[in-house]
Design a protein around this ligand. Structure first.
Ligand SMILES: [Zn+2]
Length: 183
């Protein structure tokens, strides 16, 4: 008897849905909405982003230049926009960063490197995070980001690397943040 229960619990462990009563989740009794099941089916398998070349396997996005070359030639690979690029295409901006310092004139490469590096790391954690636009004008750089979080992160990285002053202003539009770094 005990043996049987153990065996059973080992099997159900694999499915969160089956374990729902055990882990306190209510069963979902709603009818399946076809729009979402279709979306789910489409997201399964391998896709690549036509805009940035990111690869998605089972919804996990990452960059792999070598794999991209191979996948590009495979007609079975779905060509889509990754979540970050989709936001950029749809002009969904949640953050603005303004960097202002004479330091940007003399350390332009380091500054650009830091911005790119921060975007790359943020994108890895949250594929919605992208820089939508970057305008540089001498000692001033203006950046629009698709998430507030990325705007925060860029500001904080500049503050961490170059000191100076950091101001974070949530705007009247609650979802938008303005980050201002100067030195
Ligand atoms: Zn993309």
């Amino acid at each position: 008897m005990t043996k049987q229960i153990n065996a059973q619990s080992m099997v159900v462990k694999s499915s969160k849905k089956q374990r729902a009563p055990e882990i306190g989740h209510a069963q979902d009794r709603l009818y399946t909405d076809r729009r979402f099941t279709q979306k789910l089916l489409l997201e399964r398998g391998t896709s690549l982003c036509t805009r940035c070349g990111a690869i998605s396997v089972e919804k996990h996005w990452y960059i792999d230049e070598d794999k991209l070359k191979v996948l590009k030639k495979d007609p079975n690979v779905r060509q889509v926009l990754c979540p970050g690029c989709e936001r950029v295409e749809r002009h969904i901006y949640d953050g603005e960063v303004i960097l202002e310092s004479d330091l940007l004139l003399t350390n332009k490469d380091a500054a650009m490197g830091l911005i790119k590096h921060t975007e790359g790391k943020a994108w890895h954690d949250n594929p919605l995070s992208r820089i939508a636009s970057l305008t540089e004008n001498g000692k001033r750089i203006e950046i629009l980001t698709t998430t507030r979080w990325l705007a925060h992160r860029i500001g904080k990285q500049f503050y961490k690397s170059f000191k100076g002053a950091l101001e974070i202003k949530p705007s009247h539009r609650e979802k938008f943040v303005r980050v201002y770094w100067s030195r």
